[in-house]
Ligand binder design. Sequence first.
Ligand SMILES: [Fe+2]
Ligand SMILES: [Fe+2]
Length: 328
Amino acid sequence: MLEPRYHIAPQLLGSGDTQIDSSGVIMVDADLRKIHRVEQIQLVLQELSCIREKLFVVHNQVRSMVAQAYALGATAVVSRPKEIIFKLAQIEIAEKAAQSDFAITSPEITESTAAFASMFSAVRASKQINLSDAERATLQIIDSISQKGLAAWLDDVRRYHEGTFQHCLLVTGVAVGFALEIGFSDLDVKRLGIAATLHDIGKAHIPLLILDKPDRLDPGEEEIMRSHPVIGYELLKNIEDITPEILDGVRHHHEYLDGSGYPDALTAPEISDLVRLLTISDIFAALIESRPYRPAMPRQNAYKILCGMEGKLERPLVKAFRNVALVV
Ligand SMILES: [Fe+2]
Ligand SMILES: [Fe+2]
């Protein structure tokens, strides 16, 4: 499945053959509930301690195996099979960016990234988006932020994720943190979270060359980029169980109160509260993203930029957002 894109050097545990290249990624696919397997893996990993990335394949995210994988030094844990390719692609990108921090990705990030990967690949394969993916990602993010706080989520996501997935994970995290700060009901936290999870789904149809372009977009590219809210709306509008608020959030998260936004140039009375929250979360998350070609902007600076967007964002909401933006 992985070849020819990747060069694979398989090794059978217990064979005594450890002719493994010292670069690349170790992928461990074994039943970690079996103690003798764990001991064999430990020995192999000791010999290969120079390899930083250790990707563990855990069947259906069995909790005890996930914990065991991290105990063995996993840098990422995935379920089989499609997540493996996705995760390896991410590692490739991260290596290009020469990131050197050693730490582990939380199960909530793994799970929500898998849900995003599933949604984006459904769109790219012209299949219908599964709303339960959006719900799954949102619930994982709500869980993580309720337990460990927003600051930890932002740091972890920025350390491990690139591009559009990073953006979606950040926006949803910020929106959920915002909703919790304002004291939304559980239902409303989830509603805003799902709208945030899906807000940029239209980017699945925008070429990567435009999405990941480090330089300023030219006018033609800008126009293509600006089509993503309408694409997202069109992708979702006929899905059973989609709610009007989610469609509103997806289509209108780039609208401003003064009418200068897109795609419909709405003005204040036409912009719902949910969209106002989502827009603030989206702009903030975009500012603090970490990209291979530029360092992440400190959150204080990003908040200052929001405060300067006079007339475009609702001032009392931006004020309330202070505690979210500067959370420690
Ligand atoms: Fe967007
Ligand atoms: Fe966005």
